[in-house]
Design a binder for this molecule. Structure first.
Ligand SMILES: [Zn+2]
Length: 310
C-alpha cells in the first residue's frame, strides 16, 4: 500500500539497547524524534514500547489522526520470507516471532521492516553520502558487520531476504595465519565479521601483539606512532579491501558508503579504495568510498524512507 504523497513518514530503529524514532516530512525535514530504552528480553514489551513511541511521535509531529504516518522499521536480523518469522537478530528475544504481523496488527496499519544495514543504504541513497548514485552499497562496520544495497533509492531485499548479507561469509584469500579464523557466534569460523568488526579489530591486536584494548585505543595508538598498532590497522585495511573487492566484482556499485562506529576512522575511509583496487578484476577502479552522512541517524531515517519510493 503506497504512502499518499505529502504523508509524514515515521521511522524506527529497533536496537538491542535503545529504540529510536523519527518523523520526516516529504522533503526529509524532521518533525519529531525520540529515543527510549529497549525492553531487553521482552518480545511483548517491545511491541508495546513501539506502539507507545509511535503514538508519542505522531502527537509531537502534529500528525492528523485521519492521516496516520507510514511506519518503517529497521532491525537487526531479518524476516524470513518463507515463514515471516524473525531470524538472525542479535536481539535474540525477537527471533522466531511473527514480528511484522504482530506490529502491523498492534499499530493497525501496514508496516515495512528491513534489516538495519538495508536502512542505512536507503537513507544514504535518498539524501545522504550516496545521493544521486543509482547503486549504493552501504556497509556497517561496528559491533557487528553487515551491508545493504539500494538501487534507485529502494532497498534490494532479495528473494531469500538476504541481499547484502556480507558479514557471515569467509574472509577472501586468507593467509595461513588467518585460517580457520576466530569463532563466530553464528557457528562458523573466520567470518568477515570476526575480522572486520570493532571487537574483531581489538581481538586481532590482542592476538598479534598481546595488547588488550578497544578498537578506538588501537586507532589512537597508531596515530601516536605506535608501530604495532599501525601494523594491526594496515592488516585490518587489507582484509577490508579483500572482502569489499568481492562485492565490487559482483555488484560494481556507484558508491560505497561506510557506517557504524569504525566509519569515524578517516584513515580507513581514505585507505579503502587503495586496498580494494588490487583485488578488483578491472583495469580501472574509481568507485568513491565515503563515510555515511547521517551517521547514527541513518538507521532511523532509512526506516522512514522505506515508504519513499512508491
Ligand atoms: Zn558468522
Amino acid at each position: 500500500m503506497p504512502a499518499p504523497s505529502g504523508r509524514a513518514r515515521l521511522g524506527i530503529d529497533l536496537g538491542g539497547t535503545k529504540i529510536a524514532g523519527i518523523v520526516l516530512d516529504s522533503r526529509g525535514a524532521t518533525l519529531a524524534e525520540a529515543r527510549v530504552p529497549a525492553p531487553r528480553g521482552d518480545y511483548r514489551g517491545t511491541l508495546e514500547a513501539l506502539a507507545a513511541l509511535v503514538e508519542r511521535l505522531e502527537s509531537e509531529a502534529g500528525t492528523p489522526s485521519r492521516a496516520p504516518c507510514s511506519v518503517g522499521v529497521g532491525m537487526p536480523g531479518s524476516l524470513s520470507p518463507a515463514t515471516g518469522l524473525v531470524r538472525n537478530a542479535n536481539s535474540h528475544w525477537l527471533n522466531g516471532h511473527p514480528f511484522g504481523i504482530d506490529l502491523a496488527r498492534r499499530l493497525d496499519r501496514p508496516v515495512r521492516i528491513e534489516n538495519d544495514a538495508n536502512c542505512l543504504a536507503v537513507s544514504e541513497a535518498v539524501d545522504g553520502a550516496g545521493s544521486g548514485a543509482r547503486v549504493v552499497w552501504a556497509v556497517i562496520l561496528g559491533t557487528g558487520v553487515g551491508s545493504g544495497i539500494a538501487i534507485d533509492g529502494r532497498v534490494l531485499t532479495g528473494r531469500n531476504g538476504i541481499a547484502g548479507e556480507w558479514g557471515h561469509g569467509p574472509l577472501p584469500a586468507p593467509t595461513p595465519d588467518e585460517r580457520p579464523g576466530p569463532d563466530c557466534y553464528c557457528g562458523r569460523r573466520g567470518c568477515v565479521e570476526t575480522w572486520l568488526s570493532g571487537p574483531g579489530l581489538a581481538a586481532d591486536h590482542a592476538r598479534r601483539h598481546g595488547r588488550h584494548g578497544t578498537a578506538e585505543a588501537v586507532v589512537s595508538a597508531a596515530r601516536d606512532g605506535d608501530g604495532d598498532a599501525r601494523k594491526t590497522l594496515a592488516t585490518h585495511l587489507d582484509r577490508l579491501g579483500r572482502a569489499a573487492a568481492q562485492v565490487v566484482n559482483l555488484l560494481d556499485p556507484d558508491v560505497i558508503v561506510i557506517g557504524g562506529g569504525l566509519s569515524r576512522i578517516p584513515e580507513l575511509i581514505a585507505g579503502l579504495p587503495g586496498a580494494i583496487a588490487p583485488h578488483v578484476f578491472s583495469d580501472a577502479f574509481d568507485t568513491p568510498v565515503r563515510a555515511s552522512l547521517h551517521g547514527d541517524a541513518s538507521g532511523v531515517r532509512g526506516a522512514a524512507w522505506l515508504w519513499e519510493a512508491d
